[in-house]
Design a protein around this ligand. Structure first.
Ligand SMILES: [Zn+2]
Length: 319
């Protein structure tokens, strides 16, 4: 009989749920808007409702567990949400225990960057590899690392917050309150912000008339149609991503770096610039490390969360 797991991707905007089999195949996928202001009781009710719908879609005894991916930091050893800025009331909240009590299923909890790394490692672009770094480039920047064939979790399970690696001394202020973080320069948000500032200074660009609706997609579209400023902005973004990825390549010596998140939809345009930075700036022995896009697209975290239910339990504390 096939076994299934339920993956939950809890975000500040959407809560997604999927019924996933042992081969990483999604059999059913549901999502709804997160009631982010309503507090944990309501949000757990949403997760419970989605889980029940998925359980009733298969033989419910075939569901071996539930994995939850959430923005952190989470202490995944204790199963506690330390502070989720985008969800009201999730400060020092015992998320794993509460879900286990409500749903009567074994629950695993993972920081979202690590969950997505697991998804790509088990079923996506990193299949069969022993060393990889996954980086999500979206509103913010997150990540996860697989090293020596194991998931790198670090103290409290919080390893891989690669967006807060500092790349500029005393640089731009980051969402974390720090200065000069990789996220403050290379995230989708940072890219759009830089574009706005440069459009205001530039006299000849087709982007000047877009105004408030400008987003990263409009910059890539303008670049495609030959706009010089847009192409400069995109090249610069690729170069900054390449800078961060080069540091990660030096630190973890991965076989590949996998880029996911919203901005990876433009990966084809960014790849050459990112790879050129790695080839120019990495130490010679690291220059052949490839940067690829996530194979599971927006589902890396969802599938990775479900995969937790199939992986060996990590410790007695998580039973
Ligand atoms: Zn930061």
């Amino acid at each position: 009989m096939s076994r299934f797991a339920i993956g939950i991707d809890l975000g500040g905007t959407q809560v997604r749920a999927a019924l996933v089999d042992e081969h990483g195949k999604i059999h059913q996928r549901l999502e709804e808007r997160t009631d982010a202001e309503a507090g944990p009781d309501r949000v757990l009710g949403q997760i419970g409702g989605l889980t029940e719908r998925l359980r009733s879609a298969c033989d419910s005894s075939a569901v071996v567990g539930l994995g939850v991916s959430a923005p952190g930091p989470l202490d995944t050893e204790l199963g506690i949400a330390l502070d989720i800025p985008t969800l009201r009331g999730f400060s020092n909240y015992p998320l794993r225990e509460e879900l286990q009590t409500r749903l009567r299923l074994p629950v695993s909890l993972e920081n979202d960057g690590i969950a997505a790394a697991i998804g790509e490692w088990q079923f996506g672009a990193g299949l069969g590899l022993r060393n990889l770094v996954y980086v999500t480039v979206s509103t913010g920047i997150g990540g996860g690392v697989i090293a020596d064939g194991r998931i790198l979790r670090g103290r409290k399970g919080m390893a891989g917050h690669v967006g807060h690696m500092s790349i500029v001394p005393d640089g731009l202020v980051c969402s974390c309150g720090g200065k000069g973080c990789f996220e403050a320069y290379a995230s989708g948000t940072a890219f759009t912000k830089r574009a706005r500032a440069r459009i205001a200074e530039c006299e000849e660009t087709s982007l000047a008339h877009i105004g408030d609706v400008l987003d990263s997609r409009s910059v890539f579209a303008a670049a495609e149609s030959g706009d010089r400023l847009a192409n400069d902005l995109v090249d610069e973004e690729a170069d900054i991503l390449g800078r961060g990825f080069t540091s990660l390549i030096h630190i973890f010596s991965p076989e590949i770096v996998i880029m996911g998140g919203g901005l990876s939809q433009q990966f084809d345009r960014l790849q050459a610039g990112i790879q050129a930075h790695v080839e120019r700036c990495a130490m010679p022995a690291f220059r052949d490390v490839g940067v690829v896009s996530a194979a599971l697209g927006q589902n890396s975290g969802l599938v990775g969360a479900a995969a937790l239910a199939f992986l060996p339990r990590r410790s007695a504390a998580e039973s």
